[in-house]
Design a protein around this ligand. Structure first.
Ligand code: LLP
Length: 419
């Protein structure tokens, strides 16, 4: 949960200036999280969590590098000032995916990008395209964990990563085509619990022996959890302890390969989740039987996590007129979409629940907390809804970092053909 206080007046002013719903990111929170994780040699931001150009540019200024999981993310990274190239220095952009599409292959070649391979076929496709670059292997160690089944990225039911028994084949195929595997990467899930970390570290050590002398980098992947629930406030992950476990693994690997090995971490949510707020406005309050519904002007087209995973986001209300909000009652919070699943207070499996919230009025702001990761980044145009504006709160002022989408923009690629 974010610990940087932002005055209510900032949210009210933002809604007036930029319209609602809008996203607000707090720069100070991002900087604090980045500094914590910078005990690792390299912090690589998983930009899929929040890929706004200003956020990427802030990361770059803080000494963070990025991964890119698509051609579009490569283009974003380049636009934000990260550079391609592989060599002695840490690669600023690494393409990490389980497949290439034509755009990604072309960009990897043009900008000489390092690639984190998630499927054996990718190695042959690089070679066929005339690319000789440094490779990391994203390994599926045969097990995985996540905050939801949908964020577990290891084991036989996961499509991610090279199956651990195929590492030798990858090494051979790379060498045959004049490439070296210089990195091993393991991301077994998002929001995983760290009881399993020792198991992951041991798997990394075992697998490193297949790479041998060329190994320069190991990556712990992402997945560092954040506390979304008010009750979990004191359960913040111990980053130092997490680092120590990985650092010990790195040392064991260094001993076995006989040279130094760089230790990377690849968080998305940990760096940005708590910095973000989705600010909506209550547009209707209605009773369905005994249930009170607050209907707001943001939907799962803005924040999909509750509908998709049953994720919990803290909700607060800001009175439009400064009145005090002492009285509370149970309420269900829904959005504007023509879909019954467009409800923010639901649990995994789609069970709608109510939440104890202040008694509110139409026109009050309703704010979803800890939405900086996989919030705006997972927004869509379903129901022909416009993507909301994004703003950054920095040194006491609120700056627009993405304009609200226009109707013109919404329709610009469509054609009405003669029939
Ligand atoms: N590295 C790799 C290879 C990944 O696949 C991911 C996330 C990350 C790093 C960053 O994971 P993080 O540190 O953010 O947990 N939409 C879901 C999360 C899906 C994550 C997919 N991969 C959510 O809203 O919780």
């Amino acid at each position: 949960m974010s610990n940087h206080f932002i005055p209510e007046s900032v949210f009210l002013k933002g809604a007036k200036s930029f319209g609602s719903p809008f996203w607000l990111y707090d720069r100070a929170t991002i900087e604090a999280r980045v500094r914590e994780v910078q005990v690792f040699d390299v912090v690589r931001f998983a930009q899929k969590a929040c890929s706004n150009l200003s956020i990427l540019s802030l990361m770059r200024k803080l000494g963070v590098v990025v991964d890119a999981v698509s051609a579009g993310e490569i283009v974003r990274a380049l636009r934000a000032g990260f550079q391609g190239g592989v060599g002695k220095q840490t690669s600023q952009i690494v393409y990490t995916a389980d497949i290439f599409d034509a755009d990604a292959l072309a960009l990897v070649k043009e900008h000489n990008l390092a690639v984190n391979i998630g499927s054996l076929d990718m190695i042959q496709q690089l070679a066929d395209y005339g690319i000789r670059t440094e490779l990391m292997l994203r390994v599926n160690p045969g097990f995985g964990h996540g905050h939801s089944r949908k964020t577990n990225t290891g084991g036989v039911l996961s499509k991610h990563g090279v199956w651990h028994e195929q590492i030798k084949d990858c090494v051979k195929l790379a060498q045959k085509n004049g490439m070296w595997i210089t990195g091993l990467h393991m991301h077994i899930g998002s929001g995983s619990d760290f009881e399993h970390l020792a198991q992951v570290c041991d798997a990394m050590f075992d697998l490193s022996r297949h790479i041998g002398g060329h190994l320069k980098t190991i990556s712990a992947g992402g997945g560092l959890p954040v506390s979304y629930h008010e009750n979990e406030k004191n359960e913040k992950i111990d980053v130092q302890a997490y680092y120590e476990l990985w650092n010990n693994t790195r040392k064991r690997i260094e001993q076995s390969v006989g040279h130094s090995v760089s230790l990377e971490v690849e968080p998305g949510r940990y760096l940005v989740a708590e910095s973000g707020y989705l600010v909506s406005e209550i547009r209707a309050i209605k009773k369905q039987g005994d249930n009170t519904f607050y209907l707001v002007n943001a939907g799962f087209t803005d924040l999909v996590r509750p509908s998709f995973y049953g994720s919990y986001h803290k909700i607060s209300i800001i009175a439009k007129d400064g009145r005090s909000l002492n009285e509370t009652h149970p309420a269900i919070v829904g959005g504007p979409l023509c879909e019954s699943g467009d409800v923010f207070t639901q649990e995994e499996g789609g069970f709608v629940v109510s939440r104890e919230l202040p008694v509110a009025q139409v026109g009050d702001l309703l704010v979803f907390h800890d939405t900086g990761a996989y919030g705006a980044a997972m927004s869509s145009n379903y129901n022909s809804r416009l993507l909301a504006a994004e703003t950054l709160y920095s040194n006491g002022s609120l700056e627009l970092i993405r304009e609200r989408q226009s109707f013109e923009h919404l329709l610009q690629n469509e054609r009405i053909i003669e029939l």
